[in-house]
Structure formats: C-alpha cells, structure tokens
Design a protein around this ligand. Structure first.
Ligand code: GDP
Length: 444
C-alpha cells in the first residue's frame, strides 16, 4: 500500500508544555520538513537518528528543535516519518503546523498514522486496536492487557488456529475439484477432531471477554441497602483518597452517576448508588426497584445494612443474586452497635472509616483471580467474530454428523475462517487460494 500524500499532526496534548511533538509521515515527509528546516540536511540524515536545527519561515527563526528521522520501512507507519520536538507553546505549534501545510503536508485525520501502520503491514488490526487501548488505559490491569495485545500474543494464537483450519479447508476444497469422482482427501474423523480442538481453544477466548471487558471498562459494583444504611457515607469513604475519575453520564430517563475507583491496579465502577441516595422520602417499593436495577448490572454486590436495624430489606433481594456475581455482606455502624458477628460478614463503620481498607482488599481480591493473559479478549468486535466463528464450527460438526457433502462443509469452514481472519484483518479467501495452489500443485 502506498500513500501519495504526506500527513502531519500534533502528537502531544493541547495546552502549554515544556515540549511538543509534531509528527510527519509520508513519501515527501523528509523533503517537506527539510524545506522549513535549517541545520544539517535532513535528506542525508540516516534513519533512527536525531538532527538538531531550527524551524524557519524564510529568514525568520520560529523555534530551535530536534528532529527524529525514521526511514521507510523502519518506522511506526512504515513510511518516511519525522518527529519534530518543538518548545511547547501553542503559538509555535500552530506556526510550525501552518508552515508544513503551506509546503504541502495534509493535516492528518484521527488514527491516520496507525491506519497507515496497519495498511503497510506494520501492525495487524488487533495490534492497531491495542494502540488505542494502550493510550486510553487508566489502570495497571488495562495497561497490561493492551500491551500484551500490542505484542501480538493474541494475533499469533489466531494465526495458528487459522492455519490448522486452512489446511483442512484446502483438502475439502480439493475434493470439490474432483466432483464426480467421489474421493475424500479430508479424513472426516480427523476433521471432527480438529474442529473440536479449535472450539476448545476458542471457548476460553470467548469466555475471557467478560473479565477482559471489565478490566478495560471497570468492574461494576453496586452498594445495596435500605435507606440510611450508610451507602453514601460508605461510597465517600471508599473514594476518599483514591478517587480517580467521576463520570456523569446523562441517562435518558434520569441521571446515573458512576464513581470510578482503582484498587490494587484494578478499576471498579460504582453504579447507580445515586438513585438510592435520596431515598429518605421515597416509599420502600421505589427503593427496591432502584436496587434491583443496580443489582442487574453489577459484577460485585455489597449488601450494606445498619447494625442497629437488621437486614430484612436485603433478604428480599438476596434471591436475585446470580451465580456470576460476588456478594459481600457488610455490616455498618459497628461503632455504635457491638452485636456479635454473623458468619462471613464484613464489619465496618463508614462514618468512622473503620474497616474500609479491609473491605477494599476483599473487593480487589474477589476479581484478582481473573488474571489477564496475552489472549484475553477486551474488544467487542473480537468477541463478536469469535462467537460467529465458533458457531460456524458448530455447523461444520452438525454437517459432519449428518454426512453432508463437501461443498456445504467447505462453506461453513470458509465462514469460520472468514471470522477468524476478520479479527486481525487478514483476507481469508486469498490465503485459501494460495494454500490450495501453492501446496498441492494440481496442475490445473
Ligand atoms: P444512605 O441512605 O444509605 O445513603 O445512608 P447515608 O450514608 O446517608 O447515612 C445515613 C445516616 O447514617 C447518616 O446520618 C450517616 O452519618 C449515618 N452513618 C453512616 N455510616 C455510619 C457509621 O458507620 N456509624 C454511624 N454511627 N453512623 C453512620
């Protein structure tokens, strides 16, 4: 893939900083920057070197800069690329960008550098998406997962799965070429074993999505309790030191407030406790409705009750807890009530901030087992294709079982290959053709 135009963009965030970086990539990158640069000639600079000089507008010096030079194909985009480190004044940045555009650079659209890296074969789609995730990562766990995907572990795994399947697809397609002669190159028992094996490998990938997605977006936590149990007080106590981000999401029917908290490098989202905050005047039924809604979306549930009041309110809700949810019983206001402990409950005083650290530990430990590996799925697009590939493989199995002909089998196998290939952006039909004609040389 060769792009004709040369693009430029500011790579550092807006605002004043000590330094800023302007990135330029494309066939004319070096000569275009050279046209506004005074110093050692960039045209003669080797790749992976840094050149000192000045950005000039005619005779006028605009800034003293360092230019990092990367030469095709050894750059992020695979093209000639430069990074101009200027001083971080918005005036200088605008000025340099204006000069570059005047010389013939085009301001880049969103993601264009990474898109070029993909189209030039420097990254596959999974890795390109991982770049975006890496930039967006705001917790240690999210960072680690994105970095793993950037390194290509998941891509390699997919490549291996596809290779096995392509081999069999080739054999089945070969049978089609001998249509009349009723031959079977692809042993049906072997094919069945292969499909089962592939499904065994795809299943955990699909299953990893739930935690993978939660690691990226945050594990949803609901604090449920009767009015005045101390939910708001607890939330404030939890957020006190570690408050990370507060997101206000304007819902369509009412406002939902999400408070995000990072505990031991893992992100948690406390959902819709706002609704239950002002329950003092609300009739109990309404409180329960809101609790149910919060419960539904939660991965972790804190059942909070006032030690002096008891937990009838919660008993009504307990039946709604699902198997995939973790429930904690938390007894609050233990500063004024010393009643003996019930088994398995966590004792706190939200107001006196007692037991909060221990509660946090329990929260983070409950998801710590969901370790990410380099094949954890965090992307809904990947999840979608994997699910479809899996179901196409199901169809292959059904087909094998009922003894359908090779052409129908081939269709389902092709569909599974298509979905696996879509994930990394590989075009499956090409591969298939290459494999058939490359490996088997049937001389047709
Ligand atoms: P919510 O309706 O569940 O959100 O409850 P609040 O957080 O608004 O608390 C209700 C009342 O209980 C407030 O007056 C709090 O100060 C009080 N409260 C909360 N936690 C504690 C605690 O640990 N000990 C005591 N003694 N009072 C508490």
């Amino acid at each position: 893939m060769n792009f004709q135009d040369t693009i430029c963009a500011v790579a550092t965030p807006p605002g004043v900083g000590a330094l800023a970086i302007i990135r330029v990539s494309g066939p004319e990158a070096i000569s275009l920057v050279d046209a506004v640069f005074k110093g050692k000639s960039l045209k003669h600079a080797e790749g992976n070197t840094i050149v000192y000089g000045h950005i000039v507008d005619g005779e006028k010096v605009v800034d003293e800069v360092l230019v990092s030079v990367f030469r095709n194909p050894r750059s992020f985009t695979g093209e000639d690329s430069l990074e101009i480190s200027t001083h971080g004044s918005p005036f200088i940045i605008r000025y340099v960008m204006k000069l570059l555009v005047q010389k013939g650079c085009r301001p880049a659209g969103p993601g264009e550098f990474t898109q070029r890296a993909f189209l030039n074969g420097r990254l596959d789609l999974v890795q390109a998406e991982a770049v975006a995730d890496l930039i967006a990562a705001d917790s240690e766990a999210a960072h680690k997962t994105a970095l793993n995907q950037l390194r290509g572990g998941f891509s390699r795994k997919l490549a291996i799965l596809r290779e096995d399947l392509i081999h069999f697809a080739s054999l089945v397609e070969l049978e089609l070429d001998f249509g009349e002669e009723d031959v079977e190159f692809a042993d049906r028992d072997d094919l069945k074993a292969l499909i089962l094996n592939l499904q065994d490998q795809i299943r955990p990938l699909i299953q990893s999505f739930e935690s993978g997605n939660a690691i990226k977006e945050g594990f949803p936590v609901a604090i449920i309790g009767a009015p005045n149990a101390g939910k708001s007080t607890l939330l404030n106590a939890l957020l006190n030191e570690d408050r990370a981000i507060v997101t206000d999401i304007a819902g369509t029917t009412r406002d939902i407030i999400e408070d995000t908290l990072i505990i031991d490098g893992i992100k948690f989202r406390f959902i819709d406790t706002a609704g239950i905050r002002e329950t003092e005047d609300l009739i109990e039924a309404m409180g329960i409705e809101r609790s149910k809604k919060a419960l539904q979306d939660a991965r972790l549930v804190l059942f909070l009750y006032d030690s002096t009041q008891g937990y009838e309110f919660l008993q009504d809700l307990q039946g709604l807890i699902r198997e995939d949810q973790t429930l904690f019983w938390v007894r609050n206001k233990t500063d004024i009530d010393e009643s003996s402990i019930r088994e398995g409950e966590i004792r706190i005083s939200a107001r006196a901030q007692v037991g909060i650290e221990a509660l946090k530990k329990q929260i983070s430990q409950s998801v710590a087992d969901l370790k990410t590996t380099d094949t954890t799925i965090t992307n809904v697009r990947h999840f979608d294709h994997l699910t479809k590939a899996y179901s196409a493989l199901d169809d292959v199995l059904t087909g094998l079982h009922s003894g359908i002909t090779g052409d129908f089998l081939a269709q389902d196998i092709r569909l599974a290959l298509h979905h696996l290939g879509e994930i990394t952006g590989t075009i499956s039909t090409d591969d298939l053709l290459k494999n058939i004609f490359g490996k088997f040389c049937i001389g047709k």
